[in-house]
Design a protein around this ligand. Structure first.
Ligand code: PLP
Length: 399
């Protein structure tokens, strides 16, 4: 491998996901970096041990919690997908990544702004540990854009974003919010799990910390929990300090599976995005469907921002059905042959869950026109999935 951090010419994302993090000193000629397991690292002498304790431990074996080439390789590969990033650290889950990033920037007395469409565990963090530490949370309308300026008070320290939002898929005007935050000296964080850097390179858009639940598209096979935070210029030190103090680390086996997944992420995301859009467009033509909340379709709040800022769509969206039959929704979901019923998404297989976002909101009201479902589109044949949904919609209408 050539050193991917110094490529001869700019390279495309498809090449980066294949080559990222594969340094010769870590792979020793093997295609995939091996699983280096370690807690203890042995030193030659007392002097050697003392010298190492004083050194920067980046990419240097020190103690297992600081990682081995297996974890560094994945972190580096993710970092290379974010032009302009200062560094990327790994976490045992997406929620751990979000919690650590917030704790890295917030102190007692601070306020953080969180969109009303945020992933529910992110909301819980605001009302839970952050509150206990004297940090207040103000939930805001995800479509506020530059209007975020009116919500900033003297205690406001950080603006958290998630775009598109969980369950309801509002696309946030990240560049507008970042511009306001920068002018006011606030830190910005983005949960970029849906788009990944392949569809929305957040650091290049000025975001200070971009967060992935790697559990989803990076791992891609529904069998590992993993998270990452990529820091923008000047932002890595605070994150690293919080990460070390909180003892956050991931196992080499999980990191290895993350790297394994990453190599095919572009291919999976492209195909799942293509199939999901075809299914979303088909659903829009159905009489049982009130709205399709897919960022590339005009029914979705913020779709103009999506068209302006994103390189493409991922494979997760929601559908609002007509009427008010909860039993019909259950009948539809229970009878699906190709969609598993379960949380999470981003794997190779299709999933469905009922969603009820109206119960989570506090800053805005979500007026549900009817029962909602969320679909994660996998790599199955698009026609098979449509036929399955068509039979499901008939069950819904009949109930
Ligand atoms: C799943 C998810 C997370 C949390 O990731 P875990 O790895 O399950 O902890 C965070 N944000 C979003 C948007 C998610 O969908």
């Amino acid at each position: 491998m050539t050193d991917p951090t110094h490529p001869a010419a700019p390279i495309a994302d498809a090449t980066r996901v294949v080559q990222g993090g594969r340094r010769d000193e870590w792979t020793r000629g093997i295609v995939n970096p091996p699983v280096w397991r370690a807690s203890t690292i042995l030193y030659d002498s007392v002097a050697d041990l003392r010298t190492n304790a004083k050194r920067d431990t980046t990419h240097r074996l020190f103690y297992g919690r600081r990682g081995t080439p297996t974890q560094w390789s994945l972190a580096d590969a993710l970092d290379e997908l974010e032009p302009g990033a200062e560094g990327t650290l790994l976490y045992p889950s997406g929620v751990a990544a979000i919690a650590t990033a917030l704790l890295a920037v917030l102190s007692p007395g601070d306020e953080v702004l969180i969109p009303d469409s945020a992933y529910d565990p992110t909301r819980s963090l605001g009302g839970g540990i952050l509150k206990r530490m004297g940090i207040s949370t103000r939930f805001y309308d995800p479509l506020v854009g530059a209007g975020i300026a009116d919500l900033i008070g003297r205690a406001t320290r950080a603006v958290f974003m998630e775009s598109p939002g969980s369950l309801t898929f509002e696309v946030q005007d990240v560049p507008a919010i970042v511009a306001v935050a920068k002018a006011r000296g606030l830190v910005t964080l983005l949960d970029n799990t849906w788009a990944t850097p392949l569809l929305f390179p957040a650091i290049a858009r000025g975001v200070d910390y971009t967060i992935l639940a790697c559990t989803k598209y990076v791992v891609g096979h529904s069998d590992v929990m993993l998270g990452s935070v990529t820091a923008g210029p000047g932002r890595l030190e605070a994150l690293r300090t919080a990460t070390y103090q909180l003892g956050q680390c991931v196992s080499p086996d999980d990191a290895w599976l993350g790297s394994r997944g990453l190599r095919t992420m572009k291919l999976r995301l492209d195909e799942q995005g293509r199939s999901a859009l075809a299914i979303a467009e088909w659903l829009k033509t159905r009489p049982e469907v009130a709205r399709v909340l897919h960022p590339a379709l005009p029914d979705c709040p913020g779709y103009e921002v999506f068209a302006r800022d994103f390189k493409g769509a991922a494979g997760l969206f929601s559908v609002v059905l007509k009427g008010d039959s909860d039993a019909g929704r259950a009948a539809m979901i229970d009878g699906l042959a190709h969609f598993g019923i379960g949380y999470s998404w981003g794997g190779y297989e299709s999933l469905v869950i009922p969603v009820d976002p109206q119960f989570y909101r506090t800053a805005t009201r979500w007026a549900a026109d009817g029962p909602m479902i969320r679909l994660q589109i996998g790599l199955e044949d698009t026609g098979d999935l449509i036929a399955d949904l068509e039979a499901g919609l008939k069950r819904f209408a009949a109930a």
